[in-house]
Design a protein around this ligand. Structure first.
Ligand code: BES
Ligand code: MN
Ligand code: ZN
Length: 500
Protein backbone atom coordinates (compact mmCIF):
# COMPACT_ATOMS: atom_id res chain seq x y z
CA UNK A 1 0.00 0.00 0.00
CA UNK A 2 1.35 3.39 -0.99
CA UNK A 3 0.93 6.21 1.46
CA UNK A 4 1.27 9.96 1.42
CA UNK A 5 0.79 12.86 3.76
CA UNK A 6 -1.57 15.53 2.47
CA UNK A 7 -2.45 18.77 4.13
CA UNK A 8 -4.85 20.25 1.60
CA UNK A 9 -8.44 21.05 2.45
CA UNK A 10 -10.53 17.83 2.43
CA UNK A 11 -13.20 19.59 0.38
CA UNK A 12 -10.91 20.00 -2.61
CA UNK A 13 -9.13 16.68 -2.34
CA UNK A 14 -9.45 14.44 -5.40
CA UNK A 15 -9.87 10.93 -4.01
CA UNK A 16 -12.04 7.85 -4.46
CA UNK A 17 -13.00 8.03 -0.82
CA UNK A 18 -12.71 10.74 1.79
CA UNK A 19 -12.87 9.40 5.34
CA UNK A 20 -14.15 11.77 8.04
CA UNK A 21 -15.20 11.34 11.65
CA UNK A 22 -18.61 12.18 13.06
CA UNK A 23 -19.46 11.86 16.75
CA UNK A 24 -22.61 10.83 18.54
CA UNK A 25 -25.53 13.30 18.41
CA UNK A 26 -24.31 14.43 14.96
CA UNK A 27 -21.29 16.14 16.48
CA UNK A 28 -19.17 17.02 13.47
CA UNK A 29 -15.39 16.83 13.53
CA UNK A 30 -13.51 19.84 12.08
CA UNK A 31 -13.21 18.09 8.74
CA UNK A 32 -16.85 17.06 8.76
CA UNK A 33 -17.83 20.69 9.40
CA UNK A 34 -15.87 21.80 6.36
CA UNK A 35 -17.59 19.16 4.24
CA UNK A 36 -20.93 20.25 5.65
CA UNK A 37 -20.28 23.88 4.78
CA UNK A 38 -19.01 23.13 1.29
CA UNK A 39 -21.97 20.85 0.54
CA UNK A 40 -24.52 23.47 1.57
CA UNK A 41 -25.42 21.69 4.84
CA UNK A 42 -26.15 18.45 3.00
CA UNK A 43 -24.18 16.47 5.58
CA UNK A 44 -26.14 17.75 8.57
CA UNK A 45 -29.30 17.22 6.52
CA UNK A 46 -28.44 13.58 6.01
CA UNK A 47 -27.48 13.16 9.66
CA UNK A 48 -30.76 14.64 10.82
CA UNK A 49 -32.64 11.71 9.25
CA UNK A 50 -31.07 9.56 11.96
CA UNK A 51 -29.56 6.77 9.82
CA UNK A 52 -26.12 7.35 11.28
CA UNK A 53 -25.77 7.64 15.03
CA UNK A 54 -22.02 8.27 15.19
CA UNK A 55 -21.46 5.39 17.58
CA UNK A 56 -17.87 4.31 17.81
CA UNK A 57 -16.71 2.43 14.71
CA UNK A 58 -20.03 2.64 12.83
CA UNK A 59 -19.80 3.69 9.18
CA UNK A 60 -21.89 5.18 6.39
CA UNK A 61 -20.98 5.85 2.76
CA UNK A 62 -22.26 9.02 1.13
CA UNK A 63 -22.24 9.33 -2.64
CA UNK A 64 -22.53 12.39 -4.83
CA UNK A 65 -22.16 15.11 -2.20
CA UNK A 66 -22.31 18.36 -4.18
CA UNK A 67 -19.39 20.73 -3.71
CA UNK A 68 -17.01 17.97 -2.66
CA UNK A 69 -14.32 16.75 -5.00
CA UNK A 70 -14.10 13.22 -3.52
CA UNK A 71 -16.06 10.46 -5.29
CA UNK A 72 -17.51 9.25 -2.00
CA UNK A 73 -17.36 10.18 1.63
CA UNK A 74 -17.09 7.59 4.38
CA UNK A 75 -18.41 8.70 7.75
CA UNK A 76 -16.88 6.87 10.71
CA UNK A 77 -18.41 7.20 14.13
CA UNK A 78 -16.15 8.47 16.89
CA UNK A 79 -18.64 8.12 19.73
CA UNK A 80 -19.34 10.33 22.70
CA UNK A 81 -15.94 11.43 23.86
CA UNK A 82 -13.70 14.15 22.51
CA UNK A 83 -10.48 12.40 23.52
CA UNK A 84 -10.36 8.78 22.47
CA UNK A 85 -8.68 6.03 24.43
CA UNK A 86 -6.39 3.75 22.44
CA UNK A 87 -9.03 1.02 22.44
CA UNK A 88 -11.64 3.46 21.15
CA UNK A 89 -9.31 4.72 18.43
CA UNK A 90 -8.62 1.17 17.37
CA UNK A 91 -12.34 0.44 17.17
CA UNK A 92 -12.89 3.52 15.00
CA UNK A 93 -10.02 2.65 12.68
CA UNK A 94 -11.00 -1.01 12.41
CA UNK A 95 -14.57 -0.02 11.51
CA UNK A 96 -13.35 2.43 8.89
CA UNK A 97 -10.85 -0.04 7.45
CA UNK A 98 -13.47 -2.76 7.12
CA UNK A 99 -15.90 -0.49 5.25
CA UNK A 100 -13.19 0.98 3.06
CA UNK A 101 -11.89 -2.42 2.01
CA UNK A 102 -15.38 -3.70 1.26
CA UNK A 103 -15.85 -0.78 -1.17
CA UNK A 104 -14.44 -0.47 -4.68
CA UNK A 105 -12.40 2.62 -3.82
CA UNK A 106 -8.91 2.43 -5.27
CA UNK A 107 -7.51 5.18 -3.11
CA UNK A 108 -8.62 6.93 0.01
CA UNK A 109 -7.76 9.91 2.15
CA UNK A 110 -8.08 9.77 5.90
CA UNK A 111 -9.08 13.26 7.00
CA UNK A 112 -8.75 12.48 10.71
CA UNK A 113 -6.23 15.12 11.79
CA UNK A 114 -8.62 16.65 14.32
CA UNK A 115 -9.01 13.40 16.28
CA UNK A 116 -7.29 13.53 19.63
CA UNK A 117 -6.16 10.63 21.75
CA UNK A 118 -5.99 10.50 25.52
CA UNK A 119 -2.79 8.45 25.77
CA UNK A 120 -0.92 8.76 22.49
CA UNK A 121 0.11 11.15 19.75
CA UNK A 122 -0.93 11.35 16.12
CA UNK A 123 1.92 9.05 15.03
CA UNK A 124 0.30 6.27 17.02
CA UNK A 125 -2.93 6.90 15.13
CA UNK A 126 -1.15 6.87 11.76
CA UNK A 127 0.59 3.62 12.60
CA UNK A 128 -2.54 1.99 13.90
CA UNK A 129 -4.52 3.10 10.83
CA UNK A 130 -2.02 1.32 8.61
CA UNK A 131 -2.04 -1.78 10.81
CA UNK A 132 -5.85 -1.97 10.83
CA UNK A 133 -6.01 -1.55 7.04
CA UNK A 134 -3.54 -4.36 6.47
CA UNK A 135 -5.25 -6.62 9.01
CA UNK A 136 -8.67 -5.95 7.49
CA UNK A 137 -7.34 -6.90 4.06
CA UNK A 138 -6.65 -10.51 5.10
CA UNK A 139 -9.05 -13.31 4.41
CA UNK A 140 -8.17 -16.97 4.42
CA UNK A 141 -8.70 -18.74 1.10
CA UNK A 142 -5.60 -20.87 0.55
CA UNK A 143 -7.44 -24.19 0.71
CA UNK A 144 -10.67 -22.99 -0.94
CA UNK A 145 -11.19 -23.26 -4.67
CA UNK A 146 -12.47 -19.70 -4.85
CA UNK A 147 -9.65 -17.41 -3.87
CA UNK A 148 -10.18 -14.18 -1.98
CA UNK A 149 -10.11 -11.42 -4.56
CA UNK A 150 -7.47 -8.79 -4.02
CA UNK A 151 -8.82 -5.62 -2.44
CA UNK A 152 -9.40 -2.60 -4.71
CA UNK A 153 -7.66 -0.20 -2.34
CA UNK A 154 -4.16 0.54 -3.59
CA UNK A 155 -3.15 3.71 -1.83
CA UNK A 156 -4.07 5.71 1.22
CA UNK A 157 -3.12 9.22 2.17
CA UNK A 158 -3.38 10.82 5.53
CA UNK A 159 -3.95 14.31 6.81
CA UNK A 160 -1.97 15.30 9.87
CA UNK A 161 -2.20 18.11 12.38
CA UNK A 162 0.04 21.16 11.93
CA UNK A 163 3.60 20.60 13.07
CA UNK A 164 3.58 16.89 12.32
CA UNK A 165 6.77 15.58 10.76
CA UNK A 166 6.28 14.05 7.34
CA UNK A 167 9.20 11.69 7.85
CA UNK A 168 7.83 10.48 11.17
CA UNK A 169 4.38 9.91 9.69
CA UNK A 170 5.93 7.90 6.87
CA UNK A 171 7.84 5.77 9.36
CA UNK A 172 4.75 5.31 11.51
CA UNK A 173 2.71 4.24 8.50
CA UNK A 174 5.41 1.87 7.26
CA UNK A 175 5.71 0.30 10.70
CA UNK A 176 1.97 -0.15 10.91
CA UNK A 177 2.05 -1.90 7.55
CA UNK A 178 4.92 -4.14 8.68
CA UNK A 179 3.07 -5.01 11.90
CA UNK A 180 -0.11 -5.81 9.97
CA UNK A 181 1.81 -8.01 7.58
CA UNK A 182 3.52 -9.83 10.44
CA UNK A 183 0.14 -10.43 12.03
CA UNK A 184 -1.34 -11.68 8.76
CA UNK A 185 1.59 -14.02 8.23
CA UNK A 186 1.01 -15.48 11.69
CA UNK A 187 -2.72 -15.82 10.99
CA UNK A 188 -2.12 -17.59 7.69
CA UNK A 189 0.31 -20.10 9.23
CA UNK A 190 -2.14 -20.67 12.07
CA UNK A 191 -5.11 -21.15 9.76
CA UNK A 192 -3.41 -23.66 7.46
CA UNK A 193 -4.55 -27.22 8.18
CA UNK A 194 -2.30 -29.71 9.95
CA UNK A 195 -1.84 -31.80 6.81
CA UNK A 196 -0.20 -28.85 5.08
CA UNK A 197 1.39 -26.95 7.95
CA UNK A 198 3.69 -29.66 9.28
CA UNK A 199 6.98 -29.11 11.15
CA UNK A 200 8.86 -29.33 7.83
CA UNK A 201 6.48 -26.81 6.29
CA UNK A 202 7.14 -24.35 9.11
CA UNK A 203 10.89 -24.85 8.65
CA UNK A 204 10.52 -24.18 4.92
CA UNK A 205 8.64 -20.96 5.60
CA UNK A 206 11.41 -19.74 7.87
CA UNK A 207 14.06 -20.63 5.29
CA UNK A 208 12.07 -18.84 2.56
CA UNK A 209 11.78 -15.76 4.75
CA UNK A 210 15.56 -15.55 5.10
CA UNK A 211 16.21 -15.89 1.34
CA UNK A 212 18.03 -12.87 -0.03
CA UNK A 213 18.19 -11.19 3.38
CA UNK A 214 21.67 -10.32 4.46
CA UNK A 215 20.84 -9.87 8.14
CA UNK A 216 18.61 -12.92 8.66
CA UNK A 217 19.89 -16.48 8.69
CA UNK A 218 18.01 -19.66 9.44
CA UNK A 219 19.20 -23.09 10.41
CA UNK A 220 17.01 -26.11 10.91
CA UNK A 221 18.02 -28.98 13.17
CA UNK A 222 16.82 -32.46 12.20
CA UNK A 223 15.76 -35.13 14.70
CA UNK A 224 19.18 -36.72 14.29
CA UNK A 225 20.91 -33.47 15.23
CA UNK A 226 18.53 -32.96 18.15
CA UNK A 227 19.25 -36.47 19.38
CA UNK A 228 22.97 -35.70 19.32
CA UNK A 229 22.28 -32.64 21.50
CA UNK A 230 20.37 -34.81 23.95
CA UNK A 231 16.92 -33.32 23.35
CA UNK A 232 15.13 -36.37 24.71
CA UNK A 233 12.20 -34.33 25.88
CA UNK A 234 11.40 -32.65 22.56
CA UNK A 235 11.90 -35.90 20.67
CA UNK A 236 9.52 -37.78 22.99
CA UNK A 237 6.70 -35.63 21.57
CA UNK A 238 7.35 -36.41 17.91
CA UNK A 239 8.07 -40.09 18.62
CA UNK A 240 4.54 -41.17 17.67
CA UNK A 241 4.37 -39.11 14.49
CA UNK A 242 5.57 -39.84 10.99
CA UNK A 243 6.32 -36.12 10.70
CA UNK A 244 9.88 -35.33 11.74
CA UNK A 245 10.28 -32.70 14.46
CA UNK A 246 12.25 -29.60 13.49
CA UNK A 247 14.10 -27.10 15.61
CA UNK A 248 14.06 -23.87 13.64
CA UNK A 249 16.61 -21.24 14.63
CA UNK A 250 16.37 -17.77 13.10
CA UNK A 251 19.12 -15.25 13.75
CA UNK A 252 18.51 -11.60 12.94
CA UNK A 253 21.54 -9.33 13.20
CA UNK A 254 20.38 -5.73 13.08
CA UNK A 255 22.46 -4.21 15.86
CA UNK A 256 24.64 -1.34 14.68
CA UNK A 257 28.03 -1.85 16.29
CA UNK A 258 31.35 -0.17 15.72
CA UNK A 259 34.02 -2.37 14.15
CA UNK A 260 35.72 -4.61 16.72
CA UNK A 261 33.15 -3.71 19.39
CA UNK A 262 31.25 -6.59 20.96
CA UNK A 263 27.70 -7.14 19.78
CA UNK A 264 25.08 -6.59 22.46
CA UNK A 265 23.33 -9.74 23.67
CA UNK A 266 20.37 -10.71 21.50
CA UNK A 267 16.78 -10.81 22.62
CA UNK A 268 15.18 -14.18 22.15
CA UNK A 269 11.74 -15.44 21.18
CA UNK A 270 10.79 -19.09 21.55
CA UNK A 271 7.62 -20.48 19.98
CA UNK A 272 5.61 -23.64 20.59
CA UNK A 273 5.07 -25.20 17.19
CA UNK A 274 2.87 -28.25 17.71
CA UNK A 275 1.41 -28.49 14.21
CA UNK A 276 -1.29 -30.81 15.50
CA UNK A 277 -1.98 -31.86 19.07
CA UNK A 278 -4.03 -35.04 19.37
CA UNK A 279 -2.87 -35.40 22.96
CA UNK A 280 -0.84 -38.47 21.99
CA UNK A 281 -1.57 -41.64 24.01
CA UNK A 282 -3.38 -39.37 26.51
CA UNK A 283 -5.73 -38.79 23.59
CA UNK A 284 -7.93 -35.73 23.57
CA UNK A 285 -11.72 -35.97 23.25
CA UNK A 286 -13.07 -35.53 19.72
CA UNK A 287 -15.01 -32.33 20.38
CA UNK A 288 -13.36 -29.40 18.54
CA UNK A 289 -10.13 -31.33 18.15
CA UNK A 290 -9.72 -29.71 14.72
CA UNK A 291 -8.76 -26.55 16.62
CA UNK A 292 -5.58 -28.25 17.74
CA UNK A 293 -4.15 -27.32 14.33
CA UNK A 294 -3.78 -23.91 16.02
CA UNK A 295 -1.35 -25.39 18.54
CA UNK A 296 1.51 -23.88 16.54
CA UNK A 297 0.25 -20.30 16.91
CA UNK A 298 3.12 -19.46 19.26
CA UNK A 299 5.55 -20.49 16.52
CA UNK A 300 3.52 -18.59 13.93
CA UNK A 301 3.63 -15.42 16.02
CA UNK A 302 7.37 -15.72 16.42
CA UNK A 303 7.86 -16.15 12.66
CA UNK A 304 5.47 -13.28 11.90
CA UNK A 305 7.30 -11.08 14.38
CA UNK A 306 10.68 -11.88 12.80
CA UNK A 307 9.32 -10.99 9.36
CA UNK A 308 8.24 -7.59 10.70
CA UNK A 309 11.53 -7.06 12.56
CA UNK A 310 13.32 -7.55 9.24
CA UNK A 311 10.89 -5.25 7.41
CA UNK A 312 11.35 -2.55 10.04
CA UNK A 313 15.12 -3.14 10.03
CA UNK A 314 15.21 -2.80 13.83
CA UNK A 315 18.71 -2.02 15.08
CA UNK A 316 18.98 -4.94 17.52
CA UNK A 317 19.86 -8.62 17.39
CA UNK A 318 17.01 -11.08 17.78
CA UNK A 319 17.13 -14.86 17.86
CA UNK A 320 13.93 -16.85 17.35
CA UNK A 321 13.65 -20.55 18.10
CA UNK A 322 10.68 -22.60 17.00
CA UNK A 323 10.17 -26.06 18.44
CA UNK A 324 8.04 -27.78 15.81
CA UNK A 325 6.54 -31.24 16.21
CA UNK A 326 3.32 -33.19 15.77
CA UNK A 327 1.81 -34.95 18.80
CA UNK A 328 0.32 -38.28 17.70
CA UNK A 329 -0.51 -41.64 19.25
CA UNK A 330 1.06 -44.74 17.67
CA UNK A 331 3.02 -47.87 18.52
CA UNK A 332 6.09 -45.67 18.76
CA UNK A 333 4.49 -42.94 20.82
CA UNK A 334 5.60 -41.97 24.31
CA UNK A 335 3.43 -43.51 27.05
CA UNK A 336 2.30 -42.12 30.41
CA UNK A 337 4.93 -43.09 32.95
CA UNK A 338 7.80 -42.97 30.47
CA UNK A 339 10.87 -41.12 31.71
CA UNK A 340 12.96 -39.07 29.30
CA UNK A 341 16.11 -37.01 29.71
CA UNK A 342 16.03 -33.39 28.61
CA UNK A 343 18.96 -31.54 27.07
CA UNK A 344 19.54 -29.84 30.43
CA UNK A 345 20.12 -33.24 32.04
CA UNK A 346 16.92 -33.08 34.11
CA UNK A 347 14.89 -36.27 33.80
CA UNK A 348 11.15 -35.93 33.21
CA UNK A 349 8.37 -38.36 34.05
CA UNK A 350 5.72 -37.91 31.36
CA UNK A 351 2.51 -38.50 33.29
CA UNK A 352 0.34 -37.05 30.54
CA UNK A 353 1.40 -37.01 26.90
CA UNK A 354 -1.05 -34.17 26.28
CA UNK A 355 1.18 -31.82 28.28
CA UNK A 356 3.55 -31.82 25.30
CA UNK A 357 4.11 -28.10 24.77
CA UNK A 358 6.36 -27.77 27.81
CA UNK A 359 8.27 -30.85 26.67
CA UNK A 360 9.27 -29.27 23.36
CA UNK A 361 9.82 -25.83 24.87
CA UNK A 362 12.18 -26.95 27.63
CA UNK A 363 14.75 -28.28 25.17
CA UNK A 364 14.38 -25.21 22.95
CA UNK A 365 14.98 -23.01 26.01
CA UNK A 366 18.07 -24.97 27.00
CA UNK A 367 19.35 -24.70 23.43
CA UNK A 368 18.84 -20.93 23.68
CA UNK A 369 21.33 -20.66 26.56
CA UNK A 370 24.22 -20.71 24.07
CA UNK A 371 23.21 -17.23 22.87
CA UNK A 372 23.48 -15.72 26.38
CA UNK A 373 20.30 -13.76 25.60
CA UNK A 374 19.46 -10.42 27.20
CA UNK A 375 15.86 -11.59 27.57
CA UNK A 376 13.80 -14.59 26.53
CA UNK A 377 10.08 -14.60 25.79
CA UNK A 378 8.39 -17.88 25.01
CA UNK A 379 5.00 -17.93 23.34
CA UNK A 380 2.78 -20.98 23.60
CA UNK A 381 -0.80 -22.23 23.40
CA UNK A 382 0.09 -24.11 26.53
CA UNK A 383 -2.90 -24.74 28.77
CA UNK A 384 -6.67 -25.04 28.64
CA UNK A 385 -6.52 -23.46 32.11
CA UNK A 386 -5.41 -20.16 30.53
CA UNK A 387 -8.57 -20.21 28.41
CA UNK A 388 -10.66 -20.88 31.51
CA UNK A 389 -8.98 -18.03 33.39
CA UNK A 390 -8.77 -15.28 30.79
CA UNK A 391 -10.99 -16.19 27.88
CA UNK A 392 -9.74 -14.54 24.72
CA UNK A 393 -9.01 -10.95 25.72
CA UNK A 394 -5.70 -11.15 27.51
CA UNK A 395 -2.80 -13.58 27.36
CA UNK A 396 -1.41 -15.07 30.56
CA UNK A 397 2.09 -13.97 31.47
CA UNK A 398 4.47 -15.45 34.01
CA UNK A 399 8.03 -14.35 34.53
CA UNK A 400 11.13 -14.82 36.67
CA UNK A 401 11.88 -11.09 36.39
CA UNK A 402 9.50 -8.43 37.70
CA UNK A 403 10.95 -5.62 35.58
CA UNK A 404 10.49 -7.67 32.40
CA UNK A 405 6.92 -8.51 33.42
CA UNK A 406 6.11 -4.85 34.05
CA UNK A 407 7.62 -3.90 30.70
CA UNK A 408 5.55 -6.49 28.86
CA UNK A 409 2.38 -5.36 30.63
CA UNK A 410 3.12 -1.85 29.43
CA UNK A 411 3.84 -3.01 25.88
CA UNK A 412 0.58 -4.94 25.90
CA UNK A 413 -1.34 -1.81 26.83
CA UNK A 414 0.34 0.29 24.15
CA UNK A 415 -0.14 -2.30 21.40
CA UNK A 416 -3.65 -3.29 22.57
CA UNK A 417 -2.39 -6.86 22.74
CA UNK A 418 -2.71 -7.20 26.47
CA UNK A 419 -1.20 -9.60 28.98
CA UNK A 420 -1.94 -10.19 32.65
CA UNK A 421 0.58 -11.57 35.07
CA UNK A 422 0.00 -14.70 37.14
CA UNK A 423 2.20 -15.59 40.13
CA UNK A 424 5.15 -17.87 39.70
CA UNK A 425 5.52 -18.44 43.42
CA UNK A 426 7.79 -21.16 44.77
CA UNK A 427 4.89 -22.74 46.65
CA UNK A 428 3.60 -24.17 43.38
CA UNK A 429 6.84 -25.87 42.39
CA UNK A 430 6.41 -28.99 44.54
CA UNK A 431 3.33 -29.95 42.54
CA UNK A 432 5.78 -31.16 39.90
CA UNK A 433 7.51 -33.63 42.26
CA UNK A 434 7.89 -37.13 40.83
CA UNK A 435 8.74 -40.46 42.45
CA UNK A 436 10.54 -41.64 39.36
CA UNK A 437 12.26 -38.63 37.78
CA UNK A 438 13.62 -35.18 38.67
CA UNK A 439 10.34 -33.59 37.65
CA UNK A 440 6.88 -34.59 36.38
CA UNK A 441 5.39 -32.97 33.30
CA UNK A 442 2.06 -32.16 34.96
CA UNK A 443 1.16 -30.60 38.29
CA UNK A 444 -2.32 -31.97 38.85
CA UNK A 445 -5.72 -30.53 38.11
CA UNK A 446 -5.35 -27.15 39.82
CA UNK A 447 -3.51 -23.96 38.79
CA UNK A 448 -2.67 -25.49 35.42
CA UNK A 449 -1.27 -22.35 33.81
CA UNK A 450 0.98 -21.71 36.79
CA UNK A 451 2.30 -25.26 37.10
CA UNK A 452 3.03 -25.32 33.36
CA UNK A 453 5.11 -22.16 33.80
CA UNK A 454 6.75 -23.72 36.90
CA UNK A 455 7.85 -26.58 34.67
CA UNK A 456 9.40 -24.15 32.17
CA UNK A 457 11.04 -22.16 34.98
CA UNK A 458 13.26 -25.17 35.72
CA UNK A 459 14.88 -24.55 32.34
CA UNK A 460 15.17 -20.75 32.40
CA UNK A 461 17.43 -20.13 35.38
CA UNK A 462 20.21 -18.65 33.25
CA UNK A 463 18.29 -15.69 31.79
CA UNK A 464 15.53 -13.14 32.26
CA UNK A 465 12.46 -14.89 31.00
CA UNK A 466 8.76 -14.36 30.47
CA UNK A 467 6.25 -16.94 29.34
CA UNK A 468 3.13 -15.98 27.39
CA UNK A 469 0.33 -18.54 27.45
CA UNK A 470 -1.77 -17.57 24.43
CA UNK A 471 -4.14 -20.56 24.52
CA UNK A 472 -7.14 -18.21 24.76
CA UNK A 473 -5.96 -15.32 22.61
CA UNK A 474 -4.33 -17.04 19.62
CA UNK A 475 -7.48 -17.99 17.77
CA UNK A 476 -11.24 -17.49 17.71
CA UNK A 477 -13.70 -20.38 17.76
CA UNK A 478 -17.23 -20.54 16.39
CA UNK A 479 -18.43 -18.76 13.27
CA UNK A 480 -15.35 -16.50 13.16
CA UNK A 481 -12.98 -19.45 13.64
CA UNK A 482 -9.49 -18.38 12.75
CA UNK A 483 -6.10 -17.35 14.04
CA UNK A 484 -5.76 -13.82 15.48
CA UNK A 485 -2.06 -13.24 14.93
CA UNK A 486 -1.56 -12.44 18.59
CA UNK A 487 0.80 -11.61 20.22
CA UNK A 488 2.76 -10.29 17.22
CA UNK A 489 2.00 -6.64 17.96
CA UNK A 490 2.96 -7.04 21.62
CA UNK A 491 6.27 -8.69 20.71
CA UNK A 492 7.01 -5.96 18.16
CA UNK A 493 6.26 -3.24 20.68
CA UNK A 494 8.69 -4.89 23.09
CA UNK A 495 11.47 -5.34 20.53
CA UNK A 496 11.04 -1.79 19.24
CA UNK A 497 11.50 -0.42 22.74
CA UNK A 498 14.66 -2.52 23.07
CA UNK A 499 15.86 -1.02 19.79
CA UNK A 500 15.06 2.56 20.75
N1 BES B 1 -2.47 -27.37 23.33
C1 BES B 1 -3.02 -27.75 24.59
C2 BES B 1 -3.61 -26.56 25.35
C3 BES B 1 -4.91 -26.03 24.83
C4 BES B 1 -6.09 -26.69 25.07
C5 BES B 1 -4.95 -24.83 24.17
C6 BES B 1 -7.28 -26.17 24.62
C7 BES B 1 -6.15 -24.29 23.75
C8 BES B 1 -7.31 -24.97 23.96
C9 BES B 1 -1.94 -28.36 25.46
O1 BES B 1 -0.99 -29.10 24.80
C10 BES B 1 -2.64 -29.28 26.41
O2 BES B 1 -3.18 -30.24 25.95
N2 BES B 1 -2.58 -28.97 27.69
C11 BES B 1 -3.23 -29.75 28.69
C12 BES B 1 -2.27 -29.93 29.84
C13 BES B 1 -2.75 -30.89 30.88
C14 BES B 1 -2.72 -32.29 30.33
C15 BES B 1 -1.87 -30.76 32.09
C16 BES B 1 -4.49 -29.01 29.15
O3 BES B 1 -4.44 -27.79 29.30
O4 BES B 1 -5.51 -29.66 29.29
MN1 MN C 1 -1.59 -31.11 24.51
ZN1 ZN D 1 -0.63 -28.58 22.88
Amino acid sequence: MKTALKTSNPVRLATDCLVIAVGAKSKLSEEASEIDKASGKRLSGILSNGDFDGSLGSTLFLHGLAGIKAKRVLLVGCGERTKLSLKEAKKLLAGGAKALLASQAKDAHLALASLTLADADYYWLAERAAQELVEASYTYSTTKSTKAKPTSLKSVSLAAPKGTSKAKIDTAFARGVATGRGINRARELGNLPGNICTPTYLAKQAVELAKGKRNLSVKVLSEKQMARLGMGSLLSVSAGSSQEAQLIVMEYKGAKVKPKANRPAPHMLVGKGITFDTGGISLKAGQAMDEMKFDMCGAASVIGTMAAVVEMALPIDVVAIVAAAENMPSGKATKPGDVVTSMSGLTIEILNTDAEGRLVLCDALTYGERYKPASVIDVATLTGAAVATFGSHVSAMLSNDDALAAELTDCGNASLDQVWQLPLHDEYQHLLDSNFADIANIGGPRAGTITAACFLSRFTKKFKWAHLDIAGSAWNSGAAKGATGRPVSLLLEYLRRKAA
